[in-house]
Design a protein around this ligand. Structure first.
Ligand code: ADP
Length: 425
């Protein structure tokens, strides 16, 4: 146990474990500074790759290691070895905690939670509703606990921010007994990002979050919208899984569920095939063969009609959610764009807000064209509704939530250091 009187621990390692990758960042919470960032990809394949970038002074540039990394345990060991080379090893007494991104927290995890065996079992119980994500998250957690059993580890869930949705927004209108027996309801995802950019947007507008009605649009490879009233999520576009809602890079977003039965009947497509079709071969990719918005706008500028169609569909569906959430909120103070597409694709922002003057929404062409990594307004001064670009930072948010739970100022006395923050039922 780290009960010695050493330096006060102030570093947090953030781990985002996917099925074949682990992304990580080590942060110093004294000043929210990144000390190292990196990624292990193609875990389990012949040639895996680790890219590690130390960000401490004098540590040198990016390092790349290739070779076989058989599983998540080896991946974390490789990460630990790279960190150790920069004097940032996992055995350092300065490490306060590890924060894990966990995709599905169901209804019960309404806050970030210190991980113990009961919490692990609960995340495991959610595997049937998140078969692609939770098993990988669990592997990351188990490995990290084995490496540092004495260290507090915290699960930060993508679903937590959405657990405030009212029942009428969280339920699907299907037979209650069946839905409840199989936990079929709308959970929503990207919650860490929606919560973070909502807070940052309030800072940008210099108004209390509690007074603001916001529509937050997280447009990355996956994409989702949220209606946020006074900092509380009241609706979001993703549902039981991250497939529902907006059109995405490779996911369809909303379709008539009868598409699935139809393809079964007329094309004999099995569940797994339809799953792969809708999750991996649809969205922008399915319409024009590209899922990167940079490539799509480039092709569009050259007159490519497939790219144009994909773009128009993407924007049309985005606009429908803006309209829907304007109606849900009644009054909108700001529309907030974030993530890869939201932060960078000026053409998407322009087109999504175009024609919404009746809603009090407009984009100033010049402001929208400015490229910047800072939160900024892109609406004209006269606009009733602010339109903003707010870069997301999910890792910082996970680190902050982790540190708030286990940091030295809040950590329980050593005798009771293992008492978990059990989620309320
Ligand atoms: P992820 O969901 O994987 O975290 P990101 O939020 O990083 O994704 O978003 C990735 C997507 O952002 C890319 O697929 C690409 O479509 C888009 N993107 C990134 N940079 C730009 C850019 N400069 N212009 C337009 N789109 C961009």
């Amino acid at each position: 146990m780290s009960t010695e009187q050493g330096p006060r621990p102030h570093r947090v390692l953030v781990l985002n474990s996917g099925s074949s990758s682990v992304k990580y960042q080590l942060l110093d919470m004294a000043d929210a500074r990144r000390l190292a960032v990196g990624l292990v990809e193609r875990i389990g394949e012949e040639t895996s790759r680790l890219v590690h970038t130390p960000l401490t002074e004098g540590a040198g540039g990016e390092r790349e290691v290739t070779g076989r990394v058989a599983d998540h345990r080896e991946a974390l060991e490789a990460v630990a070895a790279e960190l150790a080379k920069d004097g940032l090893g996992l055995d350092s007494p300065e490490l306060a905690a590890i924060g894990h991104r966990v995709v599905h927290g169901g209804r019960q995890f309404t806050r970030p939670t210190v991980i113990d065996d009961a919490v692990l079992a609960e995340i495991e119980r959610l595997v049937p509703v998140a078969p692609l994500h939770n098993p990988a998250n669990l592997m990351g957690i188990r490995t990290a606990r084995r490496m540092r059993p004495d260290l507090p580890q915290v699960a930060v869930f993508d679903t937590t921010f959405h657990t405030t949705m009212p029942e009428y927004a969280a339920r699907y209108p299907i037979e209650r007994e069946t839905a409840d027996a199989h936990r079929v309801r709308r959970y929503g995802f990207h919650g860490t990002s929606h919560g973070y950019v909502a807070r940052k947007a309030a800072e940008l507008l210099d108004r209390p979050l509690a007074e603001l009605n916001l529509i937050t649009l997280h447009l990355g490879n996956g994409a989702s919208a949220a209606a946020v009233r006074g900092g509380i999520c009241v609706d979001t576009s993703m549902g039981l899984t991250p497939l529902e809602g907006l059109m995405m890079g490779t996911r369809s977003g909303d379709v008539d569920p009868a598409v699935v039965f139809h393809l079964r009947r007329v094309a004999g497509m099995e569940t797994d095939e339809t799953d792969a079709l809708l999750n991996q071969r649809s969205g922008l990719l399915g319409i024009c063969g590209d899922n990167d918005m940079r490539e799509i706008t480039r092709r569009m500028d050259e007159g490519d009609e497939d790219a144009r169609l994909a773009f128009d569909m993407y924007v049309h569906r985005l606009k429908k959610y803006i309209g829907a959430y304007a109606a849900v909120l009644g009054r909108v103070d700001a529309v907030v764009f974030t993530a890869g597409v939201g932060e960078n694709a000026a053409a998407v922002r322009q087109a999504a807000v175009e024609g919404l003057e009746g809603f009090g929404m407009a984009v100033d062409r010049e402001l929208n064209a400015v490229r910047s990594g800072a939160p900024r307004l892109i609406s004209p001064g006269s606009s009733r509704v602010a339109v903003a670009v707010v870069p997301t930072d999910e890792e910082l948010e996970i680190a902050e939530q982790t540190y708030a739970l286990v940091g030295p100022d809040t950590r329980p006395a050593p005798e009771s250091a293992d008492s978990p923050a059990t989620p309320p039922g």
